[in-house]
Design a protein around this ligand. Structure first.
Ligand SMILES: [Zn+2]
Length: 55
């Protein structure tokens, strides 16, 4: 499991998850890309299509 960087909600990573997969936080809807980090995974912010991040 990992935590959403946006709202701290727990995001479950499926056992059969693969690096590069996109997971979406059910709480805030943020998308994260699964990246392999040693024996486990970490979540990287994913570029979401058509959304303005207000930079
Ligand atoms: Zn979230």
């Amino acid at each position: 499991m990992a935590k959403c960087a946006e709202c701290d909600a727990v995001i479950e990573i499926p056992d059969n998850a693969m690096a590069g997969e996109i997971l979406t936080c059910v709480e805030c809807g943020s998308s994260f890309e699964l990246a392999k980090a040693g024996d486990s995974f970490e979540l990287k912010p994913a570029q979401s299509v058509g959304e303005d991040w207000g930079q």
